[in-house]
Design a protein around this ligand. Sequence first.
Ligand code: SF4
Ligand code: SF4
Length: 343
Amino acid sequence: MNLQIPTPISGGLILSYRCTASCRHCMYACSPRWSAEWISEADLEAILQSLAGKIEPSPWGAATMSLNHGLHFTGGEPFLNFPLLCNAVRRAKELGIPSLFVETNCYWAKTDRGTREKLEVLREHGLIGIMISINPFYLEYVPFERSERAIRIAQEVFGVNVAVYQLEHYRTFKRLGIRGRLPIPEFLKIKGGGKLTRNTEFFLSGRAPYEMEEFDLFPKYPAESLFLKPCSPAFIRSWHNHFDSYGNFMPGYCGGLSLGDCRCLDELLVAGIDLDSRPLLSYIIADNFEGLLGFAKEHGYREREYGYLSKCHLCMELRKFLVRAEDFAELAPREFYDQLESG
Ligand code: SF4
Ligand code: SF4
């Protein structure tokens, strides 16, 4: 049976899973330990050509940014391979893809001059904006001064097209007078666990359930109580999907899952997903996590006695087990499952 999927109208292009950081909340389990496999020129071209004509601009126009419109370049940390980032922006611009922006942890913003140079070069290639990631998890790796510098200079280069994700944390760090980096245990001593996620979007997905368990900040639930909780945002959707450096068309923020090959996106959209060759997707798309748990148990999975921090945690646990049991095409890239703990 084949399932038709909507045409993607926005999303992120993961240039590599390699990153300078290994954040405890990373949904894609990125880290410096990933094999440094950057997207090839041929795959970059194939994906950008597939997306051209499909990606929709921000509601305020193609020269403005909006997190759930346009195309953003991400990782991993895209500034680790600046020539590739420039090339990707230039080619996307040539193909007419609107509302192009980059997402970064700002590790590279060490001096005013170097920061300005990089941002101006990107603007010349066609980039219109930047999303700067700030929260206590990044702060373990990136000195706050670098984030501040990047925001200040980015506003001069890109004007209003600068998003700080998340502004609430930026304000907290300013109020606290943070300088340099701060380990999470130190941050918790100062602000308490509630400040990690209060008033901000936070997904207990990807690496987060594994890394946050030790802090005992979140309740655990038995698997059966999570069956009725829907995936949020919806699993199959047109907006903010991801396209990775291996050619995986990743649904939304669901790291380690592949709907198919985004290098052949048009064929995938016409033919639909072949669910017979991706049996785990059948359960997930039907929101049948009871069935997925039963399937994993048939393969030898044992339910966690102390429960799960979230539905995504349950999903990850089942996939993490199944990826070692059999070769499921939808569990990709496989290295994602080896990188879930930050090490
Ligand atoms: S959250 Fe961002 S900065 Fe942190 S490891 Fe993941 S990709 Fe790198
Ligand atoms: S439960 Fe699984 S499929 Fe649903 S949103 Fe979470 S990671 Fe994605």
